[in-house]
Design a protein around this ligand. Structure first.
Ligand code: SAM
Length: 755
């Protein structure tokens, strides 16, 4: 008798329960259910259906899974088993027969559009419930561990590189893609598979030119950190070439010119220049395999490549001797120098410098930090400016290369070097804003590409033309994006640095607002009746927005903020509001373009004083009370003090400072809606088991302590214990976002808290 199932998953689980015991009892479902498949068991890919009605379509679905596995660098099981549960039949296929299809890239879900595929006959058909010999064959198959070898190409090489570096953490790029051309004869894994010998065919390409656009993604883990290589997508290259041509148009008549790219990678920026333009280029790059591709692709067309030929000692632990643009040797390169010293030659630099920076929380270690250029730069620039590898390129471009007013620099970089760090003050000629996502990252942020002239200028603002890239890989104009300089950081103008007679025996808080009990504490543990909380608004940009923004009831242990006091806390809240901007405005045009500033402080304080901003400050208070990064909590501290949250609207135990002050708000429809939603949140919160009637709750404490979850027994998914409360919190969150963008943001821009 063949058992019938109504639900596929049920049949599938029963199948595994039976057979895993004799195949390998140590395997878990996590080991088996990989890559969205119904299961990968040793060298077998399994696909279950209640009844297979179309073997061709079903097989094609599995081929698409295998295709995606190849791209991810996953070994391809040799057997494909299509299992029709209600007839207890397994149809067996060899994946090797379908290699051509497996090595094709498919777009869209694997289970869609599979009709029309024509498979070869199956290798065998096993009636595993009714025929003992067939069941024996099935068990033998499931024990097999054979794989079908695939070919390495540009679609899958990154997946296999990642697997290789993951499994061989000490391996270098040469171990993976080394070839026999040039002086270094390290033959890499792709050419002579060893670790992957059962999974891949040897790649026969003699060099790595085929992977020219991927060489950044093929870097080993150490190089990824040190080289900051994020390649420029073609549509953006084309736009930036427009700027190069503008720079060439500035070359005085009778002058020769050179286009220097000190960090050319595999030559993405140059490859689309005309032969005439290329004949003016001088290029180099520090990474050896990039250098070889660069040499191969444009070596014969450019004026000069550093080094022009590979010498015995060119390969230097994965790098190219003499090509480190930040070294003193490079600055003194005699070939470049001869052009710089020639007044009849115009210098154009065209670069997308490497990008690596320490954001204050994670430190970036790299040889470049000790380089000649960085140490020279530090002599002229104090502070964080020199934490940025890209800045070292920008600074040195003007310091060592550009000399005449008609010299130009076309440079890709996040704009903070000009906007906030004031690394250069040159004349802006033209420029674009691009979406960083397309530079082999997954971050939506703004990357500027600007043509600078070599003349001093003290502009306060300029406009970039914004371009995104659409699904068809075409460039799409999104409008003008203005860039405004920031002259004062927010902390300088707005932090409350007044001295009070505080007691110093208080406590400090964790990021999540609970009491901090560990030793490494950087904040003073102040206590004063006039302290209501601690506001964190750190840095100019929006990296790590949650870490660099917040309000806690006592000093946050890592500092970067100031104590909010009863007498003037309201006028401090716009800072907190500003620090939340990116959370509610995630478009690529905003991140790395809009920043926090203290530039509008004079106007702000004047208008606070004359009352113009009273209602705005109360709106900021509404927002602050309902915003989830307000991590104020009520609790009894280890100093035995009762800390009560005064920046919330729970007046169960008497008015809070916020609820008292909000009486002055002329509440409109939007505020009333929010207040109603809050009432609902509080009402449901009071019905939870953990509610403490002595406490005064803000939204965050309700979310973190009362809105509890329990994993569902069947699915393992977390389910809310109080769906009404959970729902009310979610609705409030959505409304807070709308409120912020319509009621708060425009004024933050007007007073340059956001700029
Ligand atoms: C952002 S990528 C740009 C590559 C290419 N120009 C493009 O736009 O696609 C930066 C390049 O700089 C190279 N690089 C990193 N540090 C360098 C250094 N100190 N000297 C020269 N090149 C360096 C990296 O290997 C990488 O190829």
């Amino acid at each position: 008798m063949i058992k019938k199932f109504n639900v596929e998953l049920e049949g599938q689980i029963e199948f595994y329960e039976q057979y895993l015991k004799i195949i390998n009892p140590l395997l878990t479902y996590d080991d088996i259910f990989r890559n969205n498949t119904d299961g990968i068991l040793n060298g077998n890919l399994l696909e279950f259906k209640l009844n297979i009605t179309d073997l061709n379509a079903c097989l094609f679905q599995t081929i698409k899974y295998l295709s995606s596995m190849r791209i991810k660098g996953e070994p391809i099981p040799a057997n494909i088993l299509l299992i029709s549960l209600n007839t207890a039949t397994a149809y067996v296929y060899n994946s090797a027969d379908y290699l051509k299809y497996i090595e094709t890239v498919y777009v869209g879900g694997a289970s869609k559009k599979n009709v029309g595929f024509l498979a070869y006959d199956y290798v065998s058909k096993l009636q595993y419930a009714e025929n003992q010999a067939d069941e024996f064959s099935l068990i033998q198959l499931l024990r097999e561990n054979h794989y079908t070898k695939i070919h390495i190409d540009e679609n899958c090489i990154v997946g296999w590189a990642e697997k290789y570096y993951r499994e061989n953490p000490q391996a270098r790029k040469s171990d993976f893609i080394g070839d026999s051309t040039g002086k270094v004869k390290i033959i890499g894994e792709i050419r002579e598979p060893n670790k992957f010998r059962d999974y891949i065919y040897a790649y026969e390409g003699k060099d790595n030119v085929r992977f020219q656009y991927l060489m950044d993604k093929l870097n080993d883990t150490i190089q990824k950190k040190n080289l900051g290589a994020f390649y420029t997508p073609e549509p953006y290259v084309d736009k930036s070439i427009e700027l190069v041509r503008k720079a060439i148009a500035r070359v005085p008549q009778g002058n020769d010119y050179i286009i220097l790219d000190r960090c050319a990678g595999t030559g993405n920026l140059e490859i689309r220049l005309s032969d005439e333009e290329l004949s003016h280029c001088i290029v180099s790059t520090i990474e050896y395999y990039e250098y070889k591709v660069l040499l191969e692709l444009i070596g014969s067309k450019v004026r000069y490549i550093i080094p022009p030929t590979e010498k015995e000692d060119t390969f230097n632990m994965g790098l190219v001797r003499g090509a480190d643009a930040l070294s003193e040797e490079y600055i003194n390169n005699p070939v470049i120098k001869q052009y710089i010293d020639n007044p009849k030659c115009t210098i154009i630099l065209f670069e997308n410098p490497p990008y690596a920076e320490s954001n204050g929380t994670t430190s970036v270690k790299g040889a470049w930090k000790k380089s000649f250029v960085v140490s020279e730069m530090k002599k002229e620039n104090k502070g964080k400016v020199s934490n940025d590898l890209g800045n070292a390129f920008i600074w040195s471009a003007f310091k060592y290369y550009l000399r005449q007013p008609t010299d130009s620099y076309i440079v890709y970089s996040p704009i903070k070097y000009w906007k906030a760090q004031h690394l250069i003050s040159k004349v802006f000629i033209d420029g674009f804003a691009f979406n960083r996502r397309f530079f082999h990252t997954n971050i939506d942020a703004c990357i500027s590409c600007i043509l600078w002239g070599n003349e001093e200028s003290h502009m306060e603002t300029f406009d970039l033309k914004g371009y995104n890239i659409n699904k068809q890989n075409e460039i799409e104009y999104v409008g003008v994006l203005s860039i405004k300089k920031i002259n004062f950081v927010i902390s300088e103008k707005y932090f409350d640095n007044r001295c009070f007679d505080d007691e110093m025996d208080g406590i400090s808080c964790n990021l999540n607002g609970t009491e901090y009990l560990a030793k490494k504490n950087c904040v003073q543990k102040r206590f004063n009746e006039n302290i209501i909380g601690f506001l964190i608004c750190n840095g100019t940009g929006f990296d790590n927005p949650d870490l660099n923004s917040g309000i806690t009831i006592c000093g946050r242990y890592d500092g970067h903020g100031f104590f909010l006091r009863t007498d003037n806390y309201l006028e401090k809240l716009p800072m907190f509001c500003a620090s939340r901007y990116i959370t509610y405005n995630r478009e690529w045009t905003e991140r790395a373009r809009i920043m926090k500033s203290g530039d509008g402080a004079d106007k702000f304080f004047r208008d606070v004083k004359n009352g113009i901003l009273t209602q705005f400050l109360l709106k900021c208070l509404v927002f602050t009370c309902f915003e989830m990064q307000n991590h104020m909590r009520t609790f009894i501290g280890s100093d035995n003090r009762f800390y009560r949250n005064n920046l919330c609207l729970d007046s169960t135990n008497g008015e809070t400072l916020a609820s008292k002050d909000l009486k002055k708000l002329k509440a409109g429809k939007k505020e009333n809606e929010l207040l109603e939603m809050w009432e609902s949140v509080l009402r449901w919160a009071k019905k939870t088991d953990k509610y403490n009637s002595n406490y005064t709750y803000g939204v965050y404490q309700i979310f973190a302590e009362l809105n509890t979850f329990t994993p569902d027994e069947e699915t393992g998914e977390n389910k809310p214990d109080y769906p009404e409360l959970n729902g009310a919190l979610k609705s409030l969150k959505q409304k807070v976002k709308e409120y912020y963008n319509s009621e708060i943001v425009p004024t933050l821009f007007e007073y340059e808290f956001l700029k």
